[in-house]
Write a protein that binds this ligand. Structure first.
Ligand SMILES: CC(C)(COP(=O)(O)OP(=O)(O)OC[C@H]1O[C@@H](n2cnc3c(N)ncnc32)[C@H](O)[C@@H]1OP(=O)(O)O)[C@@H](O)C(=O)NCCC(=O)NCCS
Length: 182
């Protein structure tokens, strides 16, 4: 059988290891813990509210597909000490986005331990090494102070305070410029 397309059909998702996390390709075993995170109204308060397992599954398939489509995407986060799935982070792009976004979500019982910042830093380093972009972005709802703090700790600065990005109105658009030589 011959192929009619020259485009690659598979992209090998890289694995990154940080002090406490493994950023890796999604697995079917991640679906239940990811759906549980997405059922949490507090965790989803700035992302349109809770969603069900079927929608979570669609998101995981889309996030995996993004790697093949764009050559970057969101990793599943695994806690090295326990092997548990604890969130997602990576390099995301959607319709109407200003560019590649660095995005992060961590399981609620592990908040405020620096895990989102640790994952975001690894994603950024990988992004500068592998993507031909001069800026990375983060799109954050103004009241999401924890996420804004993560962006600031990672060196992002505010490009626009009241930005409409894709379907999201009134967002804070953060920008990170490629460091010299990176
Ligand atoms: C945003 C999120 C990923 C942060 O994850 P995390 O692992 O707790 O992040 P970190 O521990 O690396 O950093 C959190 C920082 O926010 C600070 N913070 C937390 N809540 C805060 C609040 N209400 N006001 C101000 N700062 C706050 C923490 O003190 C910490 O800063 P510090 O290190 O200077 O003390 C997590 O809250 C989350 O998953 N939220 C739900 C999903 C979400 O909103 N994702 C982002 C979409 S843009």
């Amino acid at each position: 059988m011959s192929s009619t397309s020259a485009a690659p059909s598979v992209f090998e998702i890289p694995t990154l290891v940080t002090d406490r996390l493994i950023l890796r390709a999604w697995r079917r075993a991640d679906l239940d813990p990811y759906a549980a995170m997405n059922a949490d109204p507090l965790a989803r308060v700035y992302q349109g509210g809770p969603i069900d397992a079927a929608k979570s599954f669609e998101i995981v398939v889309a996030l995996m597909g993004m790697w093949t489509l764009d050559g970057h995407g969101m990793w599943a986060l695994e806690l090295r000490s326990t092997g548990e799935f604890v969130g997602r982070a990576g390099l995301y792009i959607d319709l109407g986005w200003p560019g590649v976004e660095v995005a992060w979500t961590v399981r609620r019982d592990l908040w405020n331990q620096g895990l989102a910042t640790e994952a975001g830093a690894a994603a950024i380093t990988w992004g500068w090494e592998h993507l031909d972009v001069s800026h990375l972005f983060s799109v954050i709802t103004p009241g999401n102070l924890a996420s804004r703090r993560v962006a600031e700790k990672l060196g992002f600065h505010v490009q626009a305070e009241n930005a409409d990005v894709g379907p999201w109105r009134g967002q804070v658009l953060y920008r990170l410029d490629r460091p010299d030589g990176a």
